[in-house]
Ligand binder design. Structure first.
Ligand code: HEM
Length: 491
């Protein structure tokens, strides 16, 4: 009896200690609207049962306001679709770090890089890696963009007359091949594992483990991971990827440094090797930086191309306008090359691409974690360590900024007159502020180039209806049902 009372007292004491330690979270929670959800679970079960649909957050934002507090288990998560709040968060030094819920599994699974680094280490690295995205370096990537898009065209040509097919894997293969070659150099083409897609599959399996680690954080525990066989899989993946990058690094280390003014010398791998040679970067980070860059680049760009094709298949009247613009530039169909100047002339395709990134942003949420207390302009103090989601998907569909029918596909949203007076944070597919997407110009150029070639050569169609699209949270936005596309040759 005495023991039972004693245990009860200890339990009560620990519970009160737990609540006391979290008092600042509860004080913040009282000032922010949002659903309480179930005790202890919050809205976690609702998210899982509804396949992490993005409209769960939309529902709560419609009900409680544009900035809401959601309980994911016992963890508070603030989400906003208000561009003004997004601006405060994305410009604040207190919010410079990405959420560790996301970065810890990526860093553990695939290595440290810009995507996962924090604070001063990140800002130092960003200064160096920025040089790999200068205009002349991007121009030097065009032969790779053109060659890989040509291979993609050949593949799509084989789908003509085959009915509707989900082409996601083919497009992801295209974006992976350009991301890897521009990051580690074209020598990678000679690596067997690159040629036979083993490396791509390793990255994809690695990302699946990362997603599992994010959704079920206890799987990050080494013992749990060992028991479920995840650790073995992870080690194999890391070894596959590391071995491939190491071979390329070794070759570069054994070669005399070339003329450093050449754009190739500014590539991510060469910049990283330069830092390694100067003793500013360990070898593990050289490989981690390359891996993180490839991961950040290929899914986002691939999804953007796939989504643009889907939307143009669903809205054929806009596809015809895009085709006419391309036909004017490239009167003859076939394997023509596209250069930077050509891309500047595709003004309608630009509007279509922007509208696609608005309605189907490849990254649906930009999640940050406060490194110090941070005061919102309404006076609410967000304590250190709280996760804050700038909800890109819902910002792009906020009726206060996009009108009463924000889900309507309308490329005219990006006519200069319509863009001029819009809040700068109402459209942020590449996030904004100091920690925005380093590869945004690269993403736009490579996606536009591939789209120009595809849309000039093929008419795409689908029986899938726009109204039936459903979106889910993932590292990149996920379509709950995958629509197929049919291809017809153009002359
Ligand atoms: C259309 C294609 C792309 C989209 C929509 C996109 C979107 C984004 C977004 C929204 C972020 C910020 C994420 C956050 O705040 O949590 C981001 C970060 C990043 N992106 Fe992209 N991205 C694209 C293409 C690329 C490409 C092609 C590369 C590299 C070649 C790249 C490299 C990165 C890196 C390294 C970061 C982290 C930057 C840092 O923390 O300093 N992205 N991207």
């Amino acid at each position: 009896m005495l023991t039972k009372d004693f245990l009860l007292t200890i339990g009560l004491f620990l519970w009160m200690y737990f609540l006391w330690n979290r008092r600042r979270l509860y004080s913040m929670a009282l000032k922010l609207p949002g659903p309480l959800g179930l005790p202890i679970l919050g809205i976690a079960i609702e998210c899982i049962l509804n396949h992490r649909k993005l409209t769960i957050r939309t529902k709560y934002m419609d009900k409680y306001g544009s900035t809401v507090l959601l309980w994911l288990g016992i963890t508070p998560f603030i989400a906003t679709r208000d561009p003004k709040v997004a601006e405060q968060v994305l410009s604040a030094p207190e919010c410079i770090n990405r959420s560790s819920i996301l970065t810890r599994p990526i860093a553990h699974g695939l290595g440290e890089g810009l995507l996962t680094l924090e604070g001063a280490k990140w800002s130092e690295r960003r200064k160096h890696i920025n040089q790999a995205f200068k205009h002349n370096v991007l121009l030097s990537f065009f032969p790779i963009f053109n060659a890989e898009s040509k291979s993609l065209l050949t593949l799509l040509d084989s789908l003509v007359g085959q009915g509707e097919k989900d082409i996601l894997n083919d497009i992801i293969r295209w974006s992976f091949r350009i991301a890897t070659q521009t990051t580690v150099g074209t020598d990678v083409q000679h690596e067997e594992n690159f040629k036979n897609d083993t490396t791509l599959k390793s990255y994809q399996r690695g990302m699946k483990i990362v997603i599992l680690n994010i959704l079920l954080p206890f799987t990050q525990n080494k013992i749990v991971a060992l028991l479920c066989g995840l650790e073995g899989q992870r080690l194999k993946i890391v070894t596959d990827i590391d071995n491939m990058i190491q071979k390329i690094v070794d070759k570069k280390l054994n070669t005399k440094t070339e003329n450093s003014a050449q754009p190739e010398m500014q590539s991510v791998i060469n910049k990283s090797i330069e830092l390694f040679r100067n003793g500013e970067m360990p070898m593990q980070d050289v490989k981690g930086e390359c891996s993180a860059m490839v991961i950040a680049a290929f899914e986002t760009t691939g999804l953007t191309v796939r989504h643009t094709l889907l939307l143009l298949a669903m809205f054929p009247e806009y596809q015809e306008i895009a085709f006419e613009e391309l036909k004017e530039l490239f009167p003859t169909a076939g394997y023509f090359d596209v250069d930077y100047e050509d891309l500047q002339k595709m003004v309608f395709l630009d509007r279509v691409l922007n509208e696609t990134l608005r309605l189907m942003p490849s990254v649906p949420i930009s999640a940050r974690e406060t490194i110090r207390d941070f005061r919102l302009s309404n006076g609410v103090v967000i304590p250190k360590g709280v996760n804050f989601g700038v909800d890109i998907f819902n910002i792009h569909r906020n009726p206060d900024y996009w009108g009463p029918d924000p889900g309507k596909f309308n490329p005219d949203n990006f006519l200069p007159d319509n863009v001029r007076d819009r809040h700068p944070y109402a459209f942020i597919p590449f996030s904004k502020g100091k920690r925005n997407c380093i590869g945004w110009r690269y993403g736009v150029l490579s996606a536009k180039l591939a789209l120009a070639k595809i849309l000039r050569n093929f008419k795409v169609s689908t029986s899938f209806r726009y109204e039936d699209l459903e979106f889910a949270d993932n590292v990149g936005i996920e379509l709950i049902k995958a629509p197929g596309l049919a291809f017809e040759r153009r002359t």
